[in-house]
Ligand binder design. Structure first.
Ligand code: SAH
Length: 348
């Protein structure tokens, strides 16, 4: 298989040009075709010499994701199920907001983190995605939006997989997305979400970017977090919180804590009170997510009134908090639901 051209940074493409006896500016032209004009073949890159186009085609592929299905919600949310070259399938979601279009990307086929409420982890980890496979999700979504003159304005790494267990590919992807000569997505409009892979959190704090970090906290203490997220036994609550504090101190940026409310499990006012105490004085924001139903998991949702009460307790503790707006309910848009369905139907 030919390597994917989306795996490479602009500097690497320029280097390749040099090594192949081409002027360095050809790297910039190639980059422009890929990320600004977004063509689907080297053949279409009309300002590159024909011999160069042929050489590129010989050495590289422009990864095109094979669209298995697409679901469009009444609210504008679009969910893609993409097939990869090795027959694995991944999910990508476009969310339409009044302030722009946000895309939710996947970083791994499956996941090994094992959160008890999550559909993505049900079949375990199959493999990491390459940087190019993550890039291709955004480029493909952007190509769809091109038809209506819309653009991808923000990215959340909140699809399937743990980005911090696929760190290098994730960072290459991020560097490509924020490149000013490419898609030029604002760093502050990108969020990476992690289940708390502590060493990667320290590394990320040193990357010197303005990209947002979100931590899936989901519980206010070590014991309950270990029950919901087995990864908490590998990286205990205290260590994760220390890594968060380090990130804030190092970057001066606030952290978002994601908290999925699960009926009767982590959604009592006592939990909110404990969380408020743990987060006291931290530069942070809490995002409450009413848990999405996963048929294989028998969790129930928190009643609306209790969600508001949870929010009020946090607010009284001076913690900034919002409730996640939900989209795409009618199309199983959440967290691995579609892929799980697809695997089920292909297994039948
Ligand atoms: N692995 C990373 C990123 C992917 S998940 C992480 O754990 O952060 C994006 C968010 O969706 C995480 O906060 C995850 O815990 C949450 N999530 C997973 N399943 C969910 C469900 N059934 N309901 C609500 N949130 C869920």
């Amino acid at each position: 298989m030919k390597p994917c051209i989306y795996d490479y940074t602009l500097e690497q493409l320029q280097e390749w040009m040099k090594e192949n006896g081409e002027p360095v500016f050809r790297g910039g032209q190639l980059f422009d075709w890929l990320y600004v004009k977004r063509v689907k073949s080297f053949e279409d890159m009309s300002n590159l010499p024909k011999s160069l186009r042929e050489k590129l085609d010989e050495h590289y592929s422009i990864l095109t994701l094979n669209e298995i299905t697409r679901f469009e919600s009444k609210d504008g949310t679009v969910k893609f199920l993409f097939g990869l070259h090795d027959s694995h399938a991944i999910e990508t979601v476009i969310m339409r907001h009044n302030y722009g279009n946000s895309i939710c990307v996947t970083t791994q086929v499956g996941c090994r983190i094992g959160c008890t409420f999550c559909a993505s982890t049900l079949g375990g980890l199959k493999r990491n995605l390459t940087a190019g496979e993550i890039v291709a999700q955004v480029v493909t979504a952007q190509q769809m939006l091109d038809a209506t003159g819309e653009r991808v304005s923000s990215i959340v790494i909140m699809g399937s997989g743990e980005p911090f267990e696929n760190y290098d590919a994730t960072m290459t992807f991020l560097r490509l997305m924020i490149h000013e000569k490419g898609l030029n997505i604002g760093q502050r409009h990108i969020t990476v979400s992690t289940s708390g892979i502590v060493p990667s959190m320290y590394k990320f704090a040193d990357e010197n970017t303005q990209i947002n970090l979100a931590l899936s906290i989901h519980a206010p203490n070590d014991a309950l977090r270990s029950k919901l997220m087995p990864v908490n036994r590998r990286f205990p609550f205290e260590d994760v919180m220390a890594a968060c504090r380090h990130y804030i101190a190092k970057t001066g940026r606030r952290i978002t804590f994601e908290y999925a409310l699960i009926g009767g499990v982590n959604d009592r006012p006592e939990h909110a009170q404990e969380l408020a105490e743990v987060l006291q004085g931290m530069l942070c924001h809490v995002n409450l997510i009413p848990v999405n139903h996963v048929p294989e998991r028998n969790y129930v949702r928190t009643p609306r009134e209790d969600i508001f009460e949870f929010q009020r307790v946090l607010e009284r503790g001076k913690i900034s908090v919002t409730i996640r707006r939900e989209q795409g309910h009618d199309i199983a848009a959440a967290c691995g639901q579609l892929r799980a369905k697809h695997m089920e139907s292909t297994a039948r």
